[in-house]
Design a protein around this ligand. Structure first.
Ligand code: NDP
Ligand code: HSE
Length: 430
């Protein structure tokens, strides 16, 4: 097409935007050789010009006027790393309507408005690429869309939030408290400014909505995902989990069975032998089961300046290659089906239930009988601690219907012999 270089307009120069500038700068020559053309950042939109200057961006490239980018005919690719669901969405739409391919790391926006954004990308025949939106630097979007395209994906298990994985790892390894570990994750800069989105599972749910839409070829939004955060996990649950040879992880789980989709985020007990059990600290991993490939796992840094920029720049390179070849919209939206999403009551899995009961004859039998009447089959029970005639009991069930266990727990919670149901955690695998 006779272009000398591909010009990029960068929206936002915070953690990720600054990283994008750095990666394009430090690997300029490698990238030019790989794609046969130079990629140059032509303009950077940033409210705080001092911040962009501090990131090393020449003053001549910095603007606080969005239209300087959208109206510049020489800009081929617009990169949105502002975040949030308002201005960022407007900017992406404007850029696509101006015929520019776009790259974003914005999971919040895609999980909420993905359908509309992909429609606009299709109408304007441009690329909308978003590798960094799930798992930071881990390649997972393009592998799902391309390398695994020969498969029907059966299951996805993801540890996709670094903050909560860091907290659970430290609570497990050092016996640290939830509050101390949250403070440490904030201090290390892993958590969002308002960490509610991390610990309540919203961040993981947004990432799961994106992954599931691609893996199961049906539109899954944030509001479709069942969400439970890690706020109720205590050191005692972690201690019991270890004793039962499990590890507690905040899992994002997507499954397709008989044409129906299951999408849920919740603390989960997984076997210590499962590869995800070894994913510790701030690391992320996504475990995918395809009907041809079997099990594959993608592992790496789910956040941070350079790892996230690695994924964003990978997308810029892809969009640039497409521009050079005159190809548009090659990796378009693949949500061509409309599959029903199961209510949480319809899922089948195992459960860990910790409760405090009166320590006297007949109590275990009475509770077991309620479980039995509600078709909840029990796999094991342990009784650890007795204080003042109160015993702490932990039950683990076989695979049962969620509705049945919830019904059983309602009845059990009302029995006079039960002081409290302290926690219920789902269990995956053997
Ligand atoms: P930051 O808050 O560090 O950066 C965003 C930047 O955009 C800030 O400098 C902000 O300026 C600027 N900005 C906000 N609104 C405007 C506007 N209207 N015009 C111009 N500039 C604006 O965020 P991150 O870099 O951490 O995140 C960016 C995106 O990447 C988000 O969608 C996030 O979810 C995603 N992401 C981030 C990861 C990470 O590790 N940080 C990992 C994976 C994805 P100011 O501060 O002055 O408001
Ligand atoms: N707060 C997020 C996390 C940042 O802890 O994973 C990356 O999306």
């Amino acid at each position: 097409m006779g272009k000398e270089k591909i010009n990029v307009g960068l929206l936002g120069c915070g953690t990720v935007g600054g990283g994008v500038w750095k990666v394009l700068d430090m690997n300029r020559e490698i990238i030019r050789k790989r794609i046969g053309i130079e990629i140059a950042v032509k303009k950077v939109l940033e409210k705080d010009k001092g911040k962009a200057k501090a990131a090393g961006i020449p003053v001549s490239k910095i603007t606080d006027q969005p239209d300087d980018i959208f109206n510049d005919k020489d800009i081929d690719i617009v990169v949105e790393v502002i975040g949030g669901t308002t201005v960022a969405g407007e900017f992406l739409k404007k850029a696509m309507k101006a015929g520019k391919s776009v790259v974003t790391a914005n999971k919040d926006l895609l999980a909420q408005d993905g359908q509309e954004l992909f429609r606009i990308a299709g109408e304007n025949n441009v690329d909308l690429l978003f590798e960094a939106s799930v798992g930071g630097g881990i390649p997972i979007i393009r592998p799902l869309k391309e390398c695994l395209a020969a498969n029907r994906v059966e299951t996805i298990y993801g540890i996709v939030n670094g903050t909560t994985n860091y907290m659970l790892t430290k609570m497990s390894e050092e016996g640290s408290s939830y509050a101390d570990m949250l403070a440490e994750a904030q201090q290390k800069g892993y958590a969002e400014a308002d960490p509610t989105s991390d610990v309540e599972g919203y961040d993981s749910a947004r990432k799961l909505a994106i992954l599931s839409s691609i893996a199961f070829n049906t539109r899954v939004s944030f509001k479709d995902v069942f969400i439970e955060g890690i706020t109720k996990i205590t050191a005692r649950d972690i201690m019991y989990a270890k004793e039962l040879n499990y590890t507690v992880k905040l899992l994002a789980i997507g499954k397709e069975l008989d044409g129906r989709i299951e999408v849920r985020v919740h603390p989960t007990l997984i076997s210590q032998n499962h590869p995800l059990a070894a994913v510790n600290d701030v690391f992320n991993a996504i475990f995918v089961r395809g009907n041809a490939v079997g099990d594959v796992m993608f592992y790496g840094r789910g956040a941070g300046e350079l790892p996230t920029a690695s994924a964003v720049v990978g997308d810029i390179i892809d969009a640039a290659r497409n521009k050079v070849k005159g190809i548009k919209g090659r990796l378009a939206c693949t949500c061509y089906d409309s599959k029903p999403i199961k209510d949480i009551g319809e899922i089948r899995t195992k459960y860990y239930v910790r409760m405090k009961v009166l320590d006297r004859p007949g109590v275990l039998a009475a509770i077991a009988s309620v479980f039995g009447n509600q078709e909840v089959s029990l796999a094991s029970v342990i009784q650890k601690r007795n204080i003042d005639k109160i015993a702490e009991i932990v039950w683990v069930t076989h695979d049962v219907l969620e509705k049945n266990i919830q019904d059983a727990l309602k009845i059990i919670g009302g029995l006079s012999i039960v002081e409290d149901i302290s926690n219920v955690i789902r269990v995956e695998g053997e």
